[in-house]
Write a protein that binds this ligand. Sequence first.
Ligand SMILES: NC(=O)CC[C@H](N)C(=O)O
Length: 202
Amino acid sequence: MSAPPTIGVLALQGDIAEHLRVLGGLGVRTRSVLRADQLDDVDGLIIPGGESTTMSKLAVRYDLMDPLRKHVGEGLPVYGTCAGMIMLADRILDGTADQQTVGGIDMTVRRNAFGRQSESFEAQVGIDGLAGDPVEALFIRAPWVESIGTDTVAIGQVSSGDRAGRIVAVRQGSLLATSFHPELTGDARIHGLFVDMVKGQA
Ligand SMILES: NC(=O)CC[C@H](N)C(=O)O
């Protein structure tokens, strides 16, 4: 049997521990990534939820922005949740003037699109390719995907209510992003999908 893959969590800011915990339950090796050279040691990377403007500033300060772009360009599988989704977007709306992203997914993402922290909510989201019930998705000052390019696949949309149809999960090649936080709701299926992507099985 081949060794389990090592999946890193970008540890600049955000809900790092929660992702490490879910990954640990899936039998992969994990490590926190804070330096560019650590990117060479991982088979996949998660960019957590948090605050994308802060994460962006810290990535620049820690000399991680260009190395992250390089690894994404070379095909490193990366999964971004919420602020992590924003970090993976080629284009953002309602960002701050100096806000940079790693990019990689051909999409336009609107920050804080679902409203303020007090308007955090849960909704059921069916994810294409995921067996079983829809995911109980938790949105916290979440972005939505305003538009996607031809190579980007919308794999999850809000199914009911006044946000029905909003794209909240996308995949483009080895990159995956969700507006919501499966690391906080105890449903490991999306992390499982990402582990399969890292293994080249999805
Ligand atoms: N829960 C989150 O990750 C919130 C994201 C945050 N609103 C941002 O713009 O970065």
